[in-house]
Design a protein around this ligand. Structure first.
Ligand code: ZN
Length: 83
């Protein structure tokens, strides 16, 4: 049922900080492209595809966390330059 699908909130309402990298993954249930951020993966969030399937994100080997940390470091370096 279409009415069962709730809007997916990928970005939290609080102001975003730093550099966000997002990319599409495929829903394992239906193959729909789902847009997630590196932070979502690093924090092993559960996201929903447009059809309402929930997808538990896995950060295998902690790669997403490390990549997000690199982006955070880069963001800090840029802010220092801008001073
Ligand atoms: Zn799906």
């Amino acid at each position: 049922m279409v009415s069962d699908i709730r809007p997916t909130r990928l970005v939290q309402s609080r102001p975003l900080r730093g550099i966000i990298m997002d990319f599409d993954i495929e829903c394992p249930e239906c193959g729909t492209a789902v847009n997630v951020t590196l932070q979502d993966v690093g924090q092993r969030r559960t996201v929903r595809c447009r059809r309402g399937h929930s997808i538990k994100l896995e950060d295998q080997g902690g790669g997403a966390r490390k990549a997000q940390k690199a982006l955070d470091d880069l963001d800090r370096a840029i802010k220092r330059l801008g001073r």
